[in-house]
Design a protein around this ligand. Structure first.
Ligand code: IMP
Ligand code: MG
Length: 185
């Protein structure tokens, strides 16, 4: 499969994603029984994962899609902006951040810091994917789908230069194929 100049190969199937989501949802139902957590899927990348995950969660919960701009190119730029789109108070709430992928972990660290500053009761992280740099840094993801290496991935919400988010499965390319192409948050 080709998107613009890059070749991608199948990596994680729709079925594998579904199974992983079911097990994450079961753990959340169990851990948050008796609570009403607030899920914060981070747009744009988490729109599909967030929707599929929330369909499997049975406990009462709230959902608020938020956005942060931090990623330019296929390597993390390190430039962090702020969390936007929060419409309700998160004071004293149990927060579950829903991320598509954690690479350097910079985006996530910033979000967690900002949420703690709002007087939340608890903040935990759900991420479909975690890359090697975040793993090496010991970035904690309580509910993780898949550990991957440093390959660039698209599909299931993840994009390459804005393209590929609509794909049902996850595809990967080789890190050597990547020069200075753009990915959007
Ligand atoms: P971090 O701040 O380096 O952890 O970058 C995290 C964000 O970068 C993710 O939420 C994605 O939006 C984007 N990102 C990181 N790796 C990939 C990838 O392989 N494909 C598409 N987007 C990615
Ligand atoms: Mg993202």
């Amino acid at each position: 499969m080709k998107i613009k100049d890059l070749d991608f190969e199948k990596f994680i199937s729709e079925e594998e994603i579904k199974q992983k989501i079911t097990s994450i949802a079961e753990r959340i139902d169990d851990h948050y029984a008796g609570k009403t957590p607030v899920f914060l899927p981070i747009l744009n990348g988490s729109f599909m994962f967030g929707a599929d995950l929330l369909k499997q969660v049975s406990i009462p919960c709230r959902v608020s899609f938020v956005k942060i701009s931090s990623y330019v190119g296929t390597v993390s730029s390190g430039q962090i902006k702020t969390l936007i789109g929060l419409e309700e108070s998160l004071f004293n709430q149990d927060i579950l951040i829903v991320e598509d992928i954690i690479d350097s972990g910079l985006t996530l660290q910033k979000i967690v810091e900002e949420l703690r500053g709002l007087g939340t009761k608890s903040v935990e992280v759900i991420s479909l994917l975690r890359k090697k740099p975040a793993r090496d840094k010991g970035i904690v993801v309580k509910y993780l789908g898949f550990e991957i290496e440093s390959e660039f991935v698209v599909g299931y919400g993840l994009d390459y230069d804005g393209l590929g988010r609509n794909l049902k499965e996850i595809y990967k390319t080789n890190p050597e194929n990547i020069a200075s192409q753009n990915s959007q948050v």
